[in-house]
Design a binder for this molecule. Structure first.
Ligand SMILES: C[S@@+](CC[C@H](N)C(=O)[O-])C[C@H]1O[C@@H](n2cnc3c(N)ncnc32)[C@H](O)[C@@H]1O
Length: 226
């Protein structure tokens, strides 16, 4: 769905979703360069001035009893997301860490090179794994800068790892801030249903194209098997 998730989530029936997997604006006021010489910048991500937590109540309502939420955030917005999740009635159970296998630049002399991202793992009622229990740390390479279609783009294999462990086969995943939708592609590739929402029309169009391409690939593979 293209639009504001605060509106669109009202149409999702309560208790219909197995997993909320999302990467919301954390409050970084982030703007990335399009060119290495800083002569061109990409547009800023919408609603990124402060941690955007207002959707969590609707996400918790959409979840089934026994469902879960994996929500990316950062060390400096963790408290806001944890508080919002708990106010919405979710139990925050632990952290999931994405090891990016390479560090970013930042303050070269005064802060460690940052090579990980965090996600909050929260549950509604009693969640249990449907398959093998995963570990809290997953190592996946970042999307290479030359292939990025979104300034905050996450890799599809990271999302496949999360979806396949935290959502049952054939279950439904909701991503209210889907960007160019690595979560949607991961759902197609792993046999989950997907509801994605994105505000920005150009990212939405890319997401739609990526999801349709992934679906066509799966259909062709299945046809070849028959
Ligand atoms: C951190 S980015 C997600 C990037 C995504 N993980 C990817 O790999 O492409 C957050 C996204 O949320 C979108 N967004 C911001 N506010 C929104 C809202 N109210 N409803 C829906 N999407 C929103 C932004 O346009 C942005 O694409």
């Amino acid at each position: 769905m293209q639009g504001d998730c605060l509106d669109k989530m009202r149409g999702i029936p309560a208790g219909s979703v197995d997993m909320v997997l999302t990467d919301p604006p954390y409050g970084m006021d982030f703007q990335s360069q399009r060119k290495a010489d800083k002569s061109e910048w990409r547009p800023k991500v919408a609603n990124d001035k402060r941690p955007f937590v207002w959707w969590i109540m609707s996400a918790a309502e959409a979840l089934k009893d026994g469902g879960c939420m994996v929500c990316f955030c950062r060390w400096d917005s963790w408290a806001s997301f944890q508080f919002a999740a708990e106010m919405a009635g979710l139990a925050t159970k632990s952290q999931i860490v994405w090891d990016k296998m390479n560090h970013t630049t930042g303050d070269l002399k005064g802060a460690p090179g940052n090579r990980h991202e965090l996600a909050i793992f929260a549950t509604k009622g009693r969640f249990t794994f449907h398959g093998k229990r995963p570990q809290s740390l997953g190592a996946f390479r970042k999307v290479s800068p030359s292939r990025l279609e979104h300034p905050n783009e996450k890799p599809v294999d990271l999302m496949e790892w999360l979806v396949s462990h935290y959502c049952p086969d054939g279950g439904t995943v909701l991503d209210p801030f889907t960007g160019v939708s690595p979560v949607g592609v991961a759902c197609i590739n792993t046999g989950r249903n997907f509801i994605g929402i994105e505000l920005d029309e150009s990212y939405f169009d890319i997401a739609k194209r990526r999801i349709e391409d992934a679906r066509d690939k799966v259909l062709t593979l299945n046809a070849d098997k028959d």
